[in-house]
Design a protein around this ligand. Structure first.
Ligand SMILES: [Zn+2]
Length: 157
């Protein structure tokens, strides 16, 4: 892995209008926590939301890889919001019960099992998984969103 630095990507936020940035709502049922910002005191602006959804959509497309192309040693996940893990073994499992898109309960006639040690993913043949984010992906997606998008905040790492 290279050690080239990527810019740090964040999205424009503003003080939470519900709790005025305190993160607390004295009369809220959930132990005084502000529901709007989950105690963070800030929320995304409209432009920040726009940039964030553009970002995640482009990153998702960029990371999508056919399960048939996955090799031992690749770092993958079936849920783009979760950490990737390293594939240790790949096996074909006919009529396997799939973990698939996280909903579960599906039977794949041609299931492919990606064994990552602590976890293993069962994916239908022809299905997709997500590979780990690389430096190049970050740069490419900054290009797609537009480095001067008002909702995206770039800083040096
Ligand atoms: Zn709040």
């Amino acid at each position: 892995m290279t050690t080239t630095t990527s810019p740090r990507v964040a999205f424009q936020t503003e003080t939470c209008p519900r709790c005025c940035g305190t993160g607390e709502m004295p009369y809220s049922v959930k132990a005084g926590m502000c529901f709007r910002c989950s105690r963070k005191g800030v929320v995304l602006t409209k432009k920040g939301e726009q940039a964030s959804s553009l970002w995640h959509e482009a990153m998702r497309a960029r990371r999508t890889v056919a399960v048939d192309d996955v090799k031992v040693g690749d770092r993958v996940t079936i849920d783009p919001r979760t950490r990737c893990c390293t594939v240790k073994a790949i096996s074909v499992r006919p009529n396997a019960l799939g973990s698939g898109d996280g909903k579960g309960g599906m039977v794949y006639s041609d299931g492919i099992s990606l064994d990552c040690g602590a976890v293993s993913y069962m994916v239908a043949k022809g299905g997709n998984v997500y590979r780990a984010i690389e430096h190049e992906d970050v740069l490419a997606v900054i290009e797609i969103v537009g480095a001067d998008h008002p909702g995206m905040v770039l800083s040096e790492r």
